[in-house]
Design a protein around this ligand. Structure first.
Ligand code: AMP
Ligand code: ZN
Length: 112
């Protein structure tokens, strides 16, 4: 499958790793929107949030366990934001489920 994030998770395309375990990979975003901007992905391909089912939803817990570890490792005790863009109106540009983790600056709310 021709998927950018599958290739990043497999190490076929280089990335700056911030976390990895058997199920989850996290790396720095190439176009950071905050001083800390990581992308957290399941290693197994899932297209978007719409494809979460009772069979595969365990990966969401694993991703958020990873986020809690990354937060402590990166010293984000002042807070951060998790964003998931789903589909065209959500602004998703890479069709492999991912969560943005943005921190080290105060973030406006609501988003545009
Ligand atoms: P989204 O727009 O929610 O689909 O997010 C995709 C994100 O992937 C964007 O923030 C891009 O900057 C980021 N991105 C695209 N290509 C790469 C890459 N090769 N390495 C790291 N981040 C990337
Ligand atoms: Zn993929």
């Amino acid at each position: 499958m021709d998927c950018l994030f599958c290739k990043i998770a497999a190490g076929e395309i280089p990335s700056t790793k911030v976390f990895e375990n058997d199920d989850v990979y996290a790396f720095l975003d190439i176009a950071p929107q905050a001083p800390f901007h990581a992308v957290i992905i399941p290693k197994k391909h899932i297209k978007c949030a719409d494809e979460i089912t009772p069979e595969n939803s365990g990966i969401i817990a694993k991703i958020f366990e990873a986020i809690a570890i990354i937060s402590k490792e990166q010293g984000l005790e002042n807070g951060y934001r998790i964003v998931n863009n789903c589909g065209e109106d959500g602004g998703q540009t890479v069709g492999h489920l991912h969560f943005h983790m943005l921190g080290r600056r105060a973030l406006a709310w609501p988003p545009g």
